[in-house]
Ligand binder design. Structure first.
Ligand code: ATP
Ligand code: MG
Ligand code: MG
Length: 355
């Protein structure tokens, strides 16, 4: 049987590989810096766990394979300039923006985008890195080293942040997971909750928006769309052409996880509508040392990435799938007692969200 090669060998590649086992599809995450080149066969398929990559002998070989799914989409979305242009072309709401070129003056930004604007590096940013706030009240100017490398967008006073993940197969059939409420602290996803009945009315809108992107790009596999909710409106923050942290809860809480959906789509296995098993909560483990006691919490499904623990680094996540009683709060309280103090506000946010 053909194999699925994943460009990148981080936790997302590992989770794709894990999810593919019951399908009997062999998934092989590839270290892009390896000296050993992948032994690609003509009917193999290539996908990626990251948006962007440097040119190495391995990535060069993978990118030459005719079955690298969505190859042209990666470059388009990895550059915030072309990503914003795509959103504008498709008429999808996104924060108004401008290119930071040689001549753009901060005064022009304040006049056109408002008193608070966020510069974002065109490429390479994640977890809130590569961002710089311009504030009229502080008369912030544009530093020279941001010119020709960044866009600037309006600061949005959003009510909350959420994301939707969808999957599309080669024939254009699509399925979506429910909107997931997210908590970003210092630009890093820290917790998520889904589904929430109060977001049901936004679900069709979110599906139509992401569906337009998937069809417009003739995309195959899983894509994530991060949004700001402002009243009843959704504004696209950014897109990711891959499996996404905001849908990690689907491992425990959906009949078909996002990882399995992605592999099914790229490998040509039929898709199925994911059935959601309950109310799901996911907490990211950020720079937290491994603790065996997590495994003893009733209802908790910890997933450890096996990486070296460094401050703020994503080293695992814990999911709870609610069975319809008070056990979720009980489990979260147990977890709170085992996590560093900074998690208190995170668990409190989750407990409020699920009430
Ligand atoms: P990720 O790790 O999700 O890929 P990223 O580094 O690519 O993140 P963004 O998602 O663009 O960056 O921004 C990170 C966070 O910064 C957002 O989740 C949001 O909290 C805040 N943010 C981004 N853009 C805006 C904006 N226009 N107005 C207000 N807040 C914003
Ligand atoms: Mg991003
Ligand atoms: Mg983001």
């Amino acid at each position: 049987m053909s194999k699925v090669w994943v460009l990148g060998h981080g936790q997302l590649g590992a989770m794709l590989q894990h999810a593919a086992m019951p399908l009997s599809v062999e998934v092989i995450p590839v270290d892009i810096d390896s000296e050993q080149l992948p032994d690609l066969q003509a009917d193999d398929v290539v996908t990626a766990e990251r948006e962007q990559w440097p040119t190495t002998p391995v990535t060069e070989k993978l990118a030459k394979h005719p079955n690298f799914i969505n190859l042209d989409v990666f470059g388009r979305l990895a550059d915030r300039l072309t990503q914003k242009q795509l959103l504008d072309d498709l008429g999808l709401a996104t924060s108004p923006w401008k290119l930071v070129d040689d001549t753009l003056a901060a005064e022009q930004v304040y006049a056109e985008l408002g008193e608070r604007a966020l510069m974002k590096r065109r490429t390479g940013g994640y977890d809130g890195r590569g961002q710089f706030w311009l504030k009229q009240s502080e008369n912030t100017q544009i530093p020279d080293d941001w010119r020709n490398e960044a866009i600037v967008e309006q600061g949005i006073n959003f009510d909350e942040e959420m994301a939707i993940v969808g999957v599309r197969d080669r024939e254009g059939k699509k399925f979506f997971y429910p909107l997931t409420l997210t908590l970003q602290l210092n630009g890093v996803l820290t917790a998520s909750v889904a589904p929430l009945a109060r977001l049901d009315k936004l679900q069709p809108k979110a599906e139509a928006m992401l569906g337009k992107l998937l069809d417009g790009l003739d995309y195959v596999g899983v894509m994530a769309m991060e949004c700001f909710r402002v009243g009843d409106e959704l504004i696209v923050n950014e897109l990711a052409p891959r499996v996404h942290n905001t849908a990690h809860w689907t491992q425990a809480g959906a009949s078909v996880s996002q990882f399995e959906s992605h592999i099914r789509a790229v490998a040509g296995v039929p898709l199925a509508k994911p059935q959601v098993k309950g109310l799901n909560v996911m907490i990211n483990l950020l720079g937290t040392p491994h603790d065996e006691r997590w495994w003893a919490i009733s209802g908790a499904e910890p997933y450890w990435y096996g990486k070296e623990v460094r401050e703020g680094r994503k080293v695992g996540h814990i999911t709870f799938t609610h069975s319809g009683d008070k056990k979720l709060i009980q489990g979260l309280d147990e977890l709170k007692a085992l996590l560093p103090e900074r998690y208190e506000e995170v668990i409190d946010w989750v407990e409020t969200a699920v009430q």
